[in-house]
Ligand binder design. Sequence first.
Ligand code: GA4
Length: 332
Amino acid sequence: MVVPSPTPFRSKKTRALGIPIIDLSLDRSELSEKIVKASEEYGFFKVVNHGVSKDVISSVEREGLDFFSKPAFEKQRAGPATPFGYGCKNIGFNGDHGELEYILLEANPHSIFERSIAISNNPKNFSCAVNDYVQEVRNLGCEILDLVAEGLGIKDKSIFSKLIRDVNSDSCFRINHYPSIDSSVPDFFDQQYSCNVKPTRIGFGEHSDPQILTILRSNDVGGLQICSRDGLWIPVPPDSNQFFVFVGDALQALTNGRLVSVRHRALVNSMKPRMSIMYFGAPPLNAYLTPIPQMVSSQNPRLYGHFTWGEYKNAAYSSRLADHRLNLFKNQ
Ligand code: GA4
């Protein structure tokens, strides 16, 4: 898919801006305040001093690279992604496409092992790498959610984290691979800058994540952009040593709209392939996304109806990628 603007940074509707950075080594009360502020203003932040081991990250990265370097017919043995498995260009079930290939898995050890048989010649290595990664990144997610609860002044600090720690949590794991633009794709002449440029391509189109939170790590290739509250695209400088956290729709619903899910997209880099690894923390299917009582008052009446994560997920899979799904659940 080609978008009209020649390059992301030249488009009128983008701007470079500081992304909130959360240093997990800071004092807890300062930290919880900063996390809440970033989640209210951007629904997005970068986490440094996260404590996830380098070995765990590099093992899963190696497994991803090994898989995507295989010939197409071998990768297809792990697919199609309906929704779990290997996907190439198709996103969801309603006609969305992107310039990427991916592996999407349920984030529990049993499913990871079952799927790894079709993904890797050494399923044990693959599943160990992914399980270790999921475990460490889930712990990071729980730590962040506990800080969110503290920052919101909620007594039960595990109110959100217990949803993704639950044995029946519906969390998932994804590796996206965005190949660089094929050199056979012709450059075009940019009038404004009088030079030849590669067309901008959408790797993964604009959307918000339906879950509670997403934790992303990528290689050092740019492409991720988040949408600011005033509708401008902010390019996120890549950082392979750190993690990026996205507030998802479920956390927006649980906090009665106080924290906002962030719309984001990924563009394809014209020179280098990008690989990103995501953990999507979700509640069990039967958990209600009812706003927590502390977020509801006469000044802040309930924004959304009574629905479960399972119902929301079904609505998400019946929608197009760019749809504003949470609006379907708004109170009149
Ligand atoms: C976005 C977040 C996760 O990647 C995902 C995606 C899912 C898919 O790729 O199959 C969805 C998309 C995501 C949102 C709306 C629906 C479902 C594609 C799509 C059109 C795995 C998820 O849970 O929701």
